[in-house]
Design a protein around this ligand. Sequence first.
Ligand SMILES: [Zn+2]
Length: 556
Amino acid sequence: MNHADLIIENARVLTMDDDRPRADAVATSGGCILAVGDRSDVNQFATPATRRIDAGGASVLPGFIDSHIHLFAGGAQLNSLSLAGVTGFDAIASAVRARAAADPGAAMLMVEQAAYFMFGDDQPMTRHLLDRVLPDRPLALFASDHHTMWANTAALAAAGILHGRDVPPGNEIVMGADGMATGELREFEAFAPVNALTPTGGRDMLGLSGHEPKTEPNAAQREVDKQTLRAALAYCASLGVTSFHNMDGNFYQFGLLEEIERDGGMIVRGYVPFRMLPGMSLSQLGKGVEMRRRWNSDQLKGGFVKMFMDGVIESTTAHMVEDYCGLPGQSGMSYFEQDEFDAICVEADRLGLQIAVHAIGDKAVNRTLNGYEAARRANGRRDSRHRIEHIEMLLPSDLRRFAGLGVLASMQPTHAPGGYYPAEPILSLVGRERMKSAYAWQTIRDTGARLVFASDWPVAPLDPLLGVATAMTCKPTFDGAPDQRQGLVNSIAGFTRDGAFTEFAEDRKGVLKPGMLADIVVLDRDIAQVPGDEIAGARVATTVCGGQITYQRGAA
Ligand SMILES: [Zn+2]
């Protein structure tokens, strides 16, 4: 007879298990779920030592699985000034100057969640403009999408790029007519020298740019980095997240997480990739295999390859078939040629590695699907679960290929224009015709393809309940565009059981039923009883990962 370590009762349990969708209580034992059912089903396992949580009639769900985050960069930014929603010179300047005064020792004042036109439609973000905001100290503003940074003159000088520098294709230190950098830095390699001047020395972004630290970080630096990751994990737990799929990775980050796990600090389960870059030899994929072999526990595992096919729409670096509206000759570019990409897909697939590719423009999505098709042609049909991240623009002719090739559509509800973010500038850049097949959550689902939802934190807020609410309420950006809104169950599934399937762990987590890992989130209200937009206001009361309480509201 098993004894319950923990019983959560008086709950409206949404199990996400189709065989038993609703229940009143959950019991856990030894890190796994022991029973799900009504009071008596669960109470038969109680002992005097059983810990009890009264959910007070609120929703209880499987722990959230965020299938696309950047843990290290997110942690590094928890302490940065955020300019989300701040617009206009005076408001920006006063916020930045107040932070500068409060942080006199910072070598680089880093600001997050900057918007492309935050100073006004007719005000390009140049170093000269930012010099007026803060003239005497290095200042850099990170776009919310993390694909563009703007730096003032002091920051460019400190980073050694005021007069430009060669960067790989797809990256750009934008140069002015005067032969000096304008302050706009496009993509990772362009802003890496600025990022290197932050407290983590830019190490939080190395896994994104596909590098290891150039010199082995010393003990003090490792400690800074582990603190950053621990803070990120605690933040995940506070929002009910019990698993994450990282979308950047290197051996250094794995090593830090392994040490955290050894100290019992891995309070959220991580799935971390090998980051493959254009120009790398195919033999580099062996590193992905090595990561899979070395890290394979429920807490920390490898086994997939992450690539970027293109950039983002806002900076016109997403690769489109047709030019951006009003910008003749500009359609973005892919980082991989088709031949090179196909060869990588065939080899990664042959090695049994899952593949995840960032693709936002319709041309980039097309090229990625072609690569997955090439892998299937070469290696035959297998349960590969390759995925495409974002899929913001989609050629109607590519719609059915997701289901046909078994490709998972990994989409981020908060990214869609007209929901959490405004419709502009996306709508004007792509135009109405392309917008009709864009952010096509339901249209893709209707073809029989599988979707999974995620936040892309810190690009957008981490809170999965915001993602659920946005998926349920995001309206078309104009009359005549398809309605892509999702129901409650599909929205929650996108952050629970679909995430488990995406990481080949549907037999371990993502639904609440006996034998599964005891990853559970208790909310502060019954979200099945409130309208979608109110779900964003719900809060996590308790998070349980592996039967352990990893967050409790109000506790220190
Ligand atoms: Zn991302």
